[in-house]
Write a protein that binds this ligand. Structure first.
Ligand code: KOT
Length: 821
């Protein structure tokens, strides 16, 4: 494949540099015994190339005064960096050769690396894919986030139960980050607001803060694939503003001298592990403010370096994207800065915010919609609260009351403040009012944002609500993780598909070509052999690569319905016990999922799957036809191993609940066939691959609404479906938990007396039926190969490059480096 950019180093030069780093950076001459030292030296070698490109990128944008997008996200799930950076710099072969020359396999060196796991799930991984695309497409972009000392917890299983241990990703340093002391920020918080009367009758507000925290930036370079760009992800670490109080220390008060420092450092200590639930904790609020304030100050500083005190171009040069509502305080911080520090008139400051901010909504789940109490706001950010009230007053009087005169109910519904026993700030409302665009993340989700979540806002601001369907980077999620399939695609597609994913559609013409089918499926088989080894190593369970590898990998949440698959496994097991010759192709169910530590039912579901797995995997009566494995510590690196080996992709959320999903895209791209509901991006995947190449089942969004309108009663299904009844009753026995009956009852309770909030029982029968169709399709080798190939070929739409182009065209209005002359 032709590459536009020349390889920056030969293998011999690369090896020489690695040896130099081993010698002079690590003083490690006995490196044969020390793959970690080799990893470090390889990273430092790569960094030499990376930093040169970073300097050039910065230089270019400075000269051209380029408009930038500033992506604010509390989460970035980057995974490992080395393999990705080598691919993107076209140094993979060079490094592989150089490292082989030193006596190592490059894969073994990768295995020494830590995941950068500064996120929980889909939202954080999307941010990482977007950074990759922005750099690849030569856009001027900065990612802003928090430099958590501990990312997402590590998961282990003890007798089937999830145990969490801290993530220590940078215990011994991280070669991919550089500290930037020259860009430190000081962040005020707490205190009170003083009102000073000016001589002209106006008033000036002065915030006297009670404490100041230092924000220290760490930059992680983001390397574009075969592009000119290296951007940065800037992560803020909190520190005490003056190290500690020496006077207090000298007077013998060691404890207190330390405590201010400890308090300050707590802010960036740990990522909150809740996915799609509002943590509601003061520290989380301070985290959000701290990172927003650091980022806004940094954005203004970067702008001023080029434009001085001339604010007239600010909105032309700066766009800020809010990754969900978590960074909403950035809006108030910009307002505050403009008014209090740059003497903007209120209306001008507000107008500026409305030109700069855009907001992405990632969920409709009510428990994820953030609200903060007015009291907490008042305590931590008294000045920001005043500004929030002033925005609300303007919004209600000038916009709501003009659109709906005399309609107090509408004022109450749309107000930024929810009235009640305790007044709460509705963060999403603030975002919608103060952003110039609001987007959902798949068409069906964006439609629901308009029709169900914010219908009045859609009336009030007709062009504001829009859609940008998510995407994933094909560099990490095909080229790097599935090298054999990549090579096969290279041999058939004459352009660089990793940069132009729609070019893969030309592979569809080989879907019925017997030779191509054989090659495609042989690669899948090989990937399955490798995964089987990994499964054996991590769970002790032996699985056959000839079985169907049926994969469900995502956060554990009731709405994602891992327990629907679990119930179906129970049903299959029952059928096999009743008839050992029950006609089904052997299937291995592979789960990967972390549960939020405080999410009781999610943890019970993990436990139940592990207990049923123990029983099923050791039951000779079913002749190995059914295996169940729960792979511990699901993370980006594990996803990279599972996805290339998947035959079936489970995307079985309740319709209307999964905003988009992105695992669905990664799995289909690697030739897995989806069994799924008409939810999130599944709808668009079905459109792309066609009905023959996907197994769609279950109630649609409208069906679910109708079920609920009629009064949903889970007992209707329990009483009328013998299989459902038997499986739920089974959970109360000690069949899977010998001597401990009822240990798995929580799931049954939730599905029956708990009201089955995610309508699992309503979809069970159709899911079981779709699985029979899937089993039949798999037994027809040519048919399955055709389906798998079509899935890979038709994923062009779901590259994150397309998502980014949509954001650029419809929201950010950026010009890439190469087109700026
Ligand atoms: C978490 C907390 C509050 C609000 C939203 C979330 C959230 C949403 N976290 N992850 N998501 C997922 O985001 C992905 C990227 O857009 C989607 O594909 C997925 O459907 C969301 O569940």
């Amino acid at each position: 494949m032709a590459t536009a950019i020349k390889k920056p180093l030969t293998a011999a030069q690369f090896k020489k540099k690695v040896l130099q780093h081993l010698n002079f950076t690590s003083s490690q001459t006995d490196y044969q015994q020390d793959p970690t030292a080799v990893l470090r030296a390889v990273c430092l070698t790569v960094n030499e190339v990376v930093y040169e490109k970073l300097t050039e990128t910065n230089q270019y944008h400075k000269e051209h005064k380029s408009r930038s997008i500033n992506y604010l996200s509390l989460e970035y799930l980057m995974g490992r960096m080395l393999s990705n950076n080598l691919h993107n710099l076209d140094l993979f072969d060079v490094a592989q050769k150089a490292v082989a020359n030193l006596g190592f396999e490059i894969e073994d060196i990768f295995e020494e690396g830590h995941d950068l796991a500064l996120g929980n799930g889909g939202l954080g991984r999307l941010a990482a894919c977007f950074l990759d695309s922005l750099a690849t497409m030569d856009f001027n972009a900065v990612g802003y986030g928090i430099h958590y000392e501990h990312g997402l917890f590590k998961q282990q299983f003890h007798q089937g139960r999830q145990i969490e241990t801290p993530d220590e990703w940078r215990e011994y340093g991280n070669p991919w980050e550089v500290c930037r002391p020259e860009a430190v920020q000081n962040i005020p918080l707490f205190g009170h607001v003083e009102t000073i009367a000016n001589t002209d009758g106006s008033v000036k507000k002065v915030w006297h803060s009670g404490q100041t925290i230092k924000g220290v930036p760490w930059d992680v370079p983001i390397v574009g694939y075969n592009s000119k760009t290296v951007n940065v992800l800037r992560l803020w670490e909190s520190r005490a503003s003056s190290h500690f109080d020496w006077e207090q220390f000298n007077s013998g008060d060691y404890q207190d001298a330390h405590s201010a420092q400890n308090h300050a450092e707590t802010i960036s200590k740990v990522l909150y592990p809740n996915d799609e639930t509002d943590a509601g904790k003061e520290l989380r609020f301070i985290q959000q403010y701290f990172f927003c304030a650091c980022s806004v100050k940094d954005i203004i500083k970067r702008y001023s370096q080029q434009h001085g005190n001339d604010w007239s171009q600010f909105a032309d040069k700066v766009a800020i994207q809010l990754n969900d509502t978590h960074p909403t305080i950035a809006i108030l911080e910009l307002m505050r800065t403009l008014i209090d520090e740059y003497d903007f008139a209120w209306l001008d400051a507000f107008a500026m915010c409305r030109k700069v901010f855009a907001y992405t909504n990632h969920t409709l789940l009510p428990e994820a919609l953030e609200k903060w109490s007015v009291d907490l706001f008042n305590k931590v950010l008294p000045r920001h609260l005043e500004l929030l009230f002033s925005i609300n007053e303007y919004f209600l009087n000038e916009e709501v009351s003009k659109m709906w005169p005399g309609n107090d109910q509408m004022r109450r519904r749309l107000s930024l403040i929810e009235e009640g026993e305790t007044q709460m700030v509705r963060m999403a409302h603030l975002c919608v009012v103060t952003s110039f665009k609001v987007n959902g993340v798949a068409q069906i989700h964006s439609d629901l944002v308009k029709s169900d979540l914010f219908p009045e806002f859609d009336q009030l601001y007709p062009e504001k609500l829009t859609n940008v369907t998510n995407g994933v980077t094909p560099r990490r999620w095909l080229k790097a993780c599935n090298p054999e399939l990549s090579k096969l695609l290279d041999s058939k597609v004459k352009v660089d598909w990793a940069k132009d994913l729609s070019s893969l559609s030309s592979v569809a013409k080989f879907a019925d070509d017997e030779k191509f089918q054989q090659k495609f499926m042989a690669i899948k088989h090989n990937n399955k052999i490798k995964l089987a080894e990994e499964i054996l190593a991590s769970t002790g369970v032996e699985v056959s690569p000839d079985a169907i590898f049926d994969v469900q990998i995502k956060r554990l949440h009731e709405y994602k319905r891992q327990h629907l698959s679990f119930m179906h496994i129970l049903a299959l097991y029952r059928r096999l016990l009743a008839d050992p010759d029950y006609d089904m192709h052997p299937r291995v169910y592979i789960f990967g999922a972390k549960a939020a530590p405080g999410y009781y039912l999610a943890k019970e579901i993990i436990y139940a799957i592990n207990k049923v797995a123990d029983k099923v995997n050791n039951d000779d009566r079913i002749k190995g036809k059914l295996k169940v494995v729960f792979m511990p510590n699901y993370r980006v690196t594990l996803a990279e191993k599972i996805i290339p080996a998947a035959d079936v992709s489970e995307q079985i959320s309740t319709a209307g609940k999964e905003a988009s999903g992105t695992g669905n895209m990664k799995l289909a791209l690697n030739g897995a066939v989806t069994i799924g509901t008409l939810d999130g991006a599944n709808v668009e995947i079905a459109e792309e691959v066609g009905d023959d190449n996907i197994f769609i089942f279950g109630n649609t969004v409208d069906d679910i609404k109708a079920l609920e309108a009629n009064g949903y009663n889970p007992y209707d299904y329990y009483n009328n479906d013998e299989e459902i009844k038997a499986c739920l009753d089974w959970l109360h026995t000690d069949y899977f938990t010998p001597g401990k009956p009822g240990e798995l009852s929580a799931i049954a309770h939730s599905l029956l007396d708990g009201g089955d909030p995610y309508r699992l029982l309503a979809d069970f029968a159709d899911y079981a039926k779709a699985n029979i169709a899937l089993d039949k399709a798999y037994k027809d080798k040519a048919r399955w190969a055709r389906m798998a190939i079509i899935n890979t070929a038709k994923m062009g739409k779901f590259t994150s490059d397309r998502s980014i182009q949509d954001y650029v065209d419809n929201i950010w209005k950026l010009t890439p480096m190469s087109s700026q002359g």
